[in-house]
Design a protein around this ligand. Sequence first.
Ligand code: PEP
Ligand code: MN
Length: 345
Amino acid sequence: MIIVIKQGSPAEEVRQFAKTFEEKGVQVHFSEGATQTVLGLVGDAAGIDAEALVANHLVEKVVRVQEPYKRANRKFHPDDTCVRVSASTYGERRVGAGHFSVIAGPCSVESHEQILDIAESVKKSGAGFLRGGAFKPRTSPYSFQGLGANGLELLLEAKKQTGLPIVTEIMDLSQLYLFGDVDVIQVGARNMQNFTLLKELGRCGKPILLKRGLSATVSELLMSAEYVMAGGNEDVILCERGIRTFETYTRNTLDISAISALQRQSHLPVVVDPSHAAGLSWMVESLSKAAVAAGADGLIVEVHNNPEKALSDGEQSLTPSAFAGLMQTLKKYVELEGKSFACGK
Ligand code: PEP
Ligand code: MN
């Protein structure tokens, strides 16, 4: 249930009013927007009489929320959320609420030379974040599994050298202690419904990039975001990365409509991964443009300095110069959408 508070209501009275629900064991989520204050009630609100509430002088209106996700729901938080990522080494990066950001880097961290070289080049082209997998979820157990803890060390070195905040995937809770200096923790498609992991990430105090599962619906993705948010972590960035369909030409099918659906249902920022969606480097630019035009808040793009020799996902990786070209093109598209093109330079 959400309660929209009348404009100009005294803050202390609203606080006392909220307390009456908390005393009934219902949690109250406050959303103070530019023009509206909204109280979102989470928990068993069955015993609350909506009609009686409408009569209260503080109340503008009462709406029952049908969807099972509450904190991720736009009804609870009408304004777009801007996820802020900050550290003393690089200042603040913003994703969402009019701020467009590009996360770029290799599928996997492979060597010192590889990650530093790519980090320097994507930074020059204007990427806001460096991506790179240290723990890799591979379909075959015989494929390269990532450099693990050493890969994380290399990413941190690249962060130190370039000042780019890093985004990297966690596969298991047992790895969390290694993620202390990681800026954004990625939850991969295969782990979108690893509820134990999501619950713990709700308490980790770091922004989470949550990728849509291979066959997950929009509402399942939002329920997974809710798991993280229910633990007190509101900094969730959703990622559409293509879903399984009958089509085999592309690795997955980019679900452009999910961008609009997610943004209608939720206030959380939505970024698009055209690389895993297409599986083909030559298609990344057109899918990126489509994502921007559909309202995405950012992109995550795979870039490799030698795609032919990449240890994972070479066919879908852009060369540094192709990425530079993509960024030039995208800038115009992002500005047409009225968003700021956050630049890592
Ligand atoms: C990745 O980002 O390299 C990755 C494994 O992505 P996904 O979880 O979307 O397959
Ligand atoms: Mn990959």
